[in-house]
Design a protein around this ligand. Structure first.
Ligand SMILES: Cc1cc2nc3c(=O)[nH]c(=O)nc-3n(C[C@H](O)[C@H](O)[C@H](O)COP(=O)(O)OP(=O)(O)OC[C@H]3O[C@@H](n4cnc5c(N)ncnc54)[C@H](O)[C@@H]3O)c2cc1C
Length: 286
């Protein structure tokens, strides 16, 4: 049984004041689908039964809204809410697809996108799309507020850049109107399994579809964090969008990523699949 203090603030101001008082001696709890597994198994710091800062009692953390050219969402937005949101369906279909395969209905009902980001797993399903869109993470303390690019916020597997008295209070995702996006993940089976390789693409085609005006490509589970593939992006932007260009881009992305072998897959397979998945998405763009 977990016998520790659980503090349940009812406002952002109260939550920040508690975090300021306890610093790194208290751990935020959102859906708990990662935290409670670690608590139960006494993994790392969780073995010492640290106090928890329950964020689920803060109503102002529960929002998805359009603000100008961005979509903003709070720390209590669950994967299930993203799946049902008409805003997400309209502007970020790749994210909708990504959350549709997270865990199981129970995990999607509890797990939040902010929890998924803060867990900072290279295999996390929401991250590839957030990297492809250059999403921003708002980190707040009692006397400071900062918007960090997601690639700067996540510094390594399970590691994030946040002050000890800080909380993530918002995610900002550009709408990228006119872009077409997709997300594909390979895993051993669809329910309750971990990603072997994933890819997110956001592309803006010219009117006659003969050129790619802008493209953002990110890969999951092939490096310690999600990675953008700058060389492949640049190649596709500067070549006509033909079958030959797709073929060359498939080869280039395979060279550009440097995956490792682990219990879920080996590096040769991961490398090969980055090309296969990119080709599949590109051929579907027109
Ligand atoms: C059976 C099972 C299946 C799963 N399947 C998948 C899957 O298919 N794909 C996938 O990507 N993930 C999967 N997960 C992992 C998990 O469900 C997700 O990462 C989920 O999004 C975590 O969100 P949460 O709200 O439950 O986070 P929590 O467990 O509450 O928190 C996760 C981490 O984020 C921190 N945190 C939370 N909110 C904040 C905040 N506002 N500020 C600062 N830090 C914060 C917590 O302190 C903790 O370190 C699975 C987990 C389980 C148990």
């Amino acid at each position: 049984m977990y016998t520790t203090e659980i503090l349940s603030p009812t406002s952002l101001a109260e939550a920040l004041a508690i975090k300021d008082q306890y610093g790194s001696d208290i751990y935020p709890l959102a859906g708990g689908t990662d935290v409670l597994v670690m608590v139960r198994n006494k993994i790392g710091v969780w073995g010492g039964s640290p106090p928890l800062l329950n964020l689920t009692t803060i109503p102002e953390f529960d929002f998805i809204q359009e603000i100008g050219s961005n979509i903003e969402m709070g720390p209590l937005v669950t994967h299930a809410q993203l799946l049902e949101s008409s805003i997400i369906a309209k502007y970020i279909p790749a994210l909708k697809k990504a959350v549709s395969i997270i865990g199981s209905p129970q995990i999607r009902n509890l797990g939040t996108i902010v929890g998924n980001i803060c867990r900072a797993s290279p295999a996390a399903d929401t991250l590839a799309t957030l990297y492809a869109r250059d999403a921003l993470v708002q980190v707040q303390t009692v006397n400071n507020l900062e918007l960090l690019p997601i690639a700067d916020f996540i510094t390594g597997p399970g590691q994030i850049s946040i002050p000890k008295n800080g909380l993530v209070t918002k995610i900002v995702i550009p709408k990228l109107e006119g872009y077409k996006g997709d997300y594909i993940s390979l895993r051993q089976r669809y329910a309750l399994s971990i990603v072997v390789v994933s890819i997110a693409v956001e592309a803006l085609l010219s009117k006659n579809k003969s050129n790619i005006e802008d493209i953002r490509i990110s890969l999951g589970a092939v490096a310690p964090t999600i990675v953008r593939t700058g060389k492949t992006e640049a190649f596709l932007k500067y070549h006509n969008f033909t079958e030959d260009a797709i073929y060359q881009a498939e080869k280039l992305i395979q060279e550009e990523c440097k995956p490792i072998s682990d219990i879920r897959s080996n590096k040769r397979y991961r490398k090969a699949m980055t090309g296969v998945l990119l080709g599949r998405i590109l051929r579907n763009l027109t």
